[in-house]
Design a protein around this ligand. Structure first.
Ligand SMILES: Cc1cc2nc3c(=O)[nH]c(=O)nc-3n(C[C@H](O)[C@H](O)[C@H](O)COP(=O)(O)OP(=O)(O)OC[C@H]3O[C@@H](n4cnc5c(N)ncnc54)[C@H](O)[C@@H]3O)c2cc1C
Length: 443
């Protein structure tokens, strides 16, 4: 038996799957590794014939069981090429297993870029859109909002080509499809001419920042901040889109800031905190002393960074207008409940879209994300934060830990029932189902 974790596997072998964080595992599932659309169809057809459930996996970067295979795992790492770049119309069609970092490099070679990205680029394009993965920027949607066309293999093994003007129900739902609508074969994205980002990173007092929050959000193309628990500080990151020449950090400064400080030194602090939790507040107070830095670089090199330190994460989308109040309630809960936290709380913003299960569906959104170092108990902290988010009709990131179910989610999405009805039409026998989907979609 082989073990699959973002790695390549032999076709048709029994495999043990686990996700990046190691908190989701599926021992002994059959793994298929297609390299053509015809093979995707064949896999679905034979799974249906054998009464098996099919689960496509991306790079295993979801913390929930959303990608957990139960019978047949489809590893798309050999179905991961750029099919077509249309420079005139600024679109690119890619096979669904392509990882974002690889796509970014190809686009850059052609003078193009994705409009916006999250903070890592290890995800596959299919995995990223399926869970409503997003970055930050009040004028920009999540990655699924950049999709203009899809080819999807449905449960009857037909291939449906869809877009805003063709097979619209499948297009609407499969963009953030949770893997429940069908196997995504190719994805066509709207892209933009390559651009640089001018970055300012600096600590600010969190109270002052929250008082002026709208000015920060609207005054920057991409604004985010990290509140450091046990302190009154936030680390802010402001990115401005520009065509001015890049002025990147030197290789050594970049390694020191992004690899050593953000990964190795931070990892060491986390290990120490796990061993001696009472030291955590003192360790946290050492963090904001990192000063102001300014640099610029190609967009994809700024948006996404390395993440070596492993953690568990929960993230909620709430109405943007509620952000400051909600964060202050999280700060109070941390203090009142005595949680000892060695990870900052990350806060981001996006524009609304009209995708039924997008976490920003029809709502200007703020995202509040909480993290716990791998191996530490996340339950009391995450439950306390979730309780706060519930009072804002919070929508959990589909790929990050939460404790919701279909009953609690149905009123939080204006098009929840529409999604369920489209799924019922295209996958009535739940070929693409698993336990996670049963919980969040109700069957
Ligand atoms: C270190 C780290 C940083 C992260 N940063 C961010 C961030 O900045 N912003 C953010 O929003 N999220 C972030 N996430 C969450 C991550 O983006 C999502 O969980 C994303 O879905 C992971 O993509 P993946 O390729 O690993 O997909 P997986 O987790 O493997 O799968 C996710 C879903 O996609 C489905 N899927 C995959 N391929 C196909 C296909 N071909 N057809 C149909 N369904 C398919 C799977 O079945 C599953 O339902 C982060 C996660 C980690 C671990």
């Amino acid at each position: 038996m082989t073990t699959t974790n973002q790695s390549r596997t032999e076709p048709g072998v029994l495999t043990n799957w686990s996700n990046w964080a190691g908190n989701q595992q599926a021992p002994g599932v059959w793994c298929m590794k297609p390299s053509t659309e015809g093979e995707l169809q064949f896999i679905v057809e034979s799974a249906v014939r054998n009464n098996q459930r099919v689960k496509a996996i991306g790079a295993g970067h979801s913390f929930t069981g959303i990608a957990k295979p139960e019978e047949l795992l489809v590893d798309l790492s050999s179905y991961a090429k750029v099919r077509r770049i249309d420079k005139a119309n600024l679109t690119v069609e890619v096979e669904s297993g392509m990882q974002l970092w690889a796509l970014n490099e190809v686009l850059h070679e052609h003078g193009l870029a994705m409009q916006n990205l999250g903070d890592i680029a290890y995800q596959t394009i299919a995995g990223a859109i399926s869970t409503s993965t997003h970055g930050t920027g009040a004028k920009f949607t999540g990655i699924a909002g950049q999709v203009v066309g899809l080819r999807v293999v449905l449960a009857d093994s037909s291939v449906v080509e869809c877009s805003a003007g063709e097979n619209t129900d499948v297009f609407n739902c499969a963009r953030v499809g949770l893997g429940a609508i069908g196997l995504l074969s190719t994805i066509t994205l709207k892209v933009v001419p390559a651009f640089n980002l001018a970055v300012v990173e600096e600590p600010m007092r969190v109270d002052a920042l929250l008082e002026d929050l709208n000015a920060h959000i609207d005054g920057n193309d991409h604004f985010e901040f990290f509140w450091v628990p046990h302190t009154g500080w936030a680390l802010t990151k402001r990115n401005r889109r520009t065509n001015e020449a890049a002025a990147p950090m030197s290789a050594l400064s970049h390694w020191y800031a992004k690899t050593f400080l953000e990964n190795y030194a931070f990892g060491a602090v986390c290990h120490l905190g796990r061993l001696r939790p009472k030291l955590i507040p003192k360790l946290a107070r050492a963090l904001p002393s990192s000063g102001r830095s300014e640099y610029s670089n190609a967009s994809y090199k700024v948006f996404a960074s390395k993440r070596i330190v492993k953690f568990y994460e929960m993230e909620y989308a709430i109405p943007r207008a509620a952000c400051a109040e909600a964060l202050n309630r999280v700060r109070r809960a941390v203090e009142d409940r005595g949680f000892l936290l060695n990870f900052p709380v990350e806060v981001r913003f996006t524009a609304p879209d009209d995708i039924p299960l997008s976490t920003a569906s029809r709502r200007d959104s703020a995202y509040i994300a909480v993290h716990i170092f791998k191996g530490m108990d996340y339950l009391p902290y995450f439950k306390a934060v979730e309780e706060i988010m519930n009072s804002y009709q919070g929508r959990p990131h589909w790929g990050k830990i939460h404790f919701q179910n279909a009953e609690s989610l149905t009123t939080r999405y204006p098009q929840f029932e529409y999604f369920r009805s489209v799924r019922e039409k295209v996958d009535p026998s739940r070929v693409f189902g698993n336990q996670y989907l049963q919980n969040v979609l109700g069957n």
